[in-house]
Design a protein around this ligand. Sequence first.
Ligand SMILES: Cc1cc2nc3c(=O)[nH]c(=O)nc-3n(C[C@H](O)[C@H](O)[C@H](O)COP(=O)(O)OP(=O)(O)OC[C@H]3O[C@@H](n4cnc5c(N)ncnc54)[C@H](O)[C@@H]3O)c2cc1C
Length: 386
Amino acid sequence: MKVLIVGGGIAGLTLAYWMNQNGNEVQVIEKAPELRTEGYMLDFFGPGYDVAEKMGILDSLQRIHYPISALKFLNRKGKHKFELPYPSLRHLFNGRHFNFLRGDLEQVLYELVRERVDFRFGVTTEDIQQDDEQVHVTLSDGSREAADIVVGADGVRSQVRSLMFGDHHNYIKHLGYYTAAYIIHNSTMENQLSNAFYSLSSPGLQASVYPIRGDRSATFFLYKASKKEEHLSGKEAKDELENQFKHMGWIVPELLDKADEASDFYFDEVSQVVMPRWSKGRVVLVGDSCQAVSLMAGQGASLAMTGAYVLARCLHENKDVKQALDKYEDDLKPQIMKTQASGRRFAHYFLPDTRLRIFIRDLTMRISVLPVIRRFINMNRARIPK
Ligand SMILES: Cc1cc2nc3c(=O)[nH]c(=O)nc-3n(C[C@H](O)[C@H](O)[C@H](O)COP(=O)(O)OP(=O)(O)OC[C@H]3O[C@@H](n4cnc5c(N)ncnc54)[C@H](O)[C@@H]3O)c2cc1C
């Protein structure tokens, strides 16, 4: 069977691996000119960890892992409130937890398949047509490809989804928050940071920074705001971020100033993707394009790998494509819906919007890592659906 995967991110690369393992011909179409290298820090645990174990890449993930010493919580002026040692937090996940940059994970996955899969960078899909036997895709460079199955692994704003299922607005659900993330080169101030994840909170705002390899630091901003009319990018997005966070103290103004130098400035609304169906004929979606749970649920990358694994398994075990795609959805969707619901519930806790809620969040975090309490907590219960 020939499979054409649109999107060479976490879902697309994982799917490429498993479809190739199962004896299929695989082609990946990626719109970026080359593999993305940076991105933001991922908390990685849950069923995606189990998929990574099946792929034999836990050693590689250990190598890209950032063994931070602690999470340090500061008030809006940068005054130290409390800290949680990272080993105690990892304990909540039975030790099966990593922190790494999204780009580093993609690099590990790419290395597994680069020799065995046909990659085409710098192109995207313009048109998709299908009949009972095949799918015909016209690419942005004018070339045409035919495949037995086409998979949209092209993220929250999936082009494959738009072409097959219609407008984004029908599927992207804004959760009431915006986020930004970018990587900066350290100057004197950031060089004084210890090997920890620093997080400043004030009601409805969170600014974080953590040192990463190569004399750099990664930033992460989150704030509460209703949906804007337009999708902001470039200078408009940077101005918006500056307006939201300029009143915070410590090194936050300096981090904001450096947004202009960042090569990989990310800014977007925090959203989930909810769809009644994930496939149409021989075209199917995987990862954030159909199942984004949002950073509030904190397992998007893990579930993208899980989705790819389950899709490949269903296609391998069911020779009838329709049955395979129905089974994929039946197996995975309940877990995605559950995680999305908990992400929506958890949002107030993740980003408290009053001083009282910040106080309660801080208190419960401090209690949860106490040795007497933490042995009753298992944050790593979700498994790959059978
Ligand atoms: C700030 C932030 C923090 C996060 N933190 C966490 C976390 O701690 N833990 C966690 O598990 N998850 C986290 N996530 C979520 C996680 O990053 C996503 O769930 C995951 O990246 C989804 O992978 P994906 O491959 O489905 O989509 P994406 O990562 O979006 O990859 C899509 C790929 O498709 C390509 N593409 C897009 N459009 C086209 C097109 N038209 N044609 C061809 N190619 C195309 C893109 O260039 C990209 O390579 C976070 C997300 C954000 C934004």
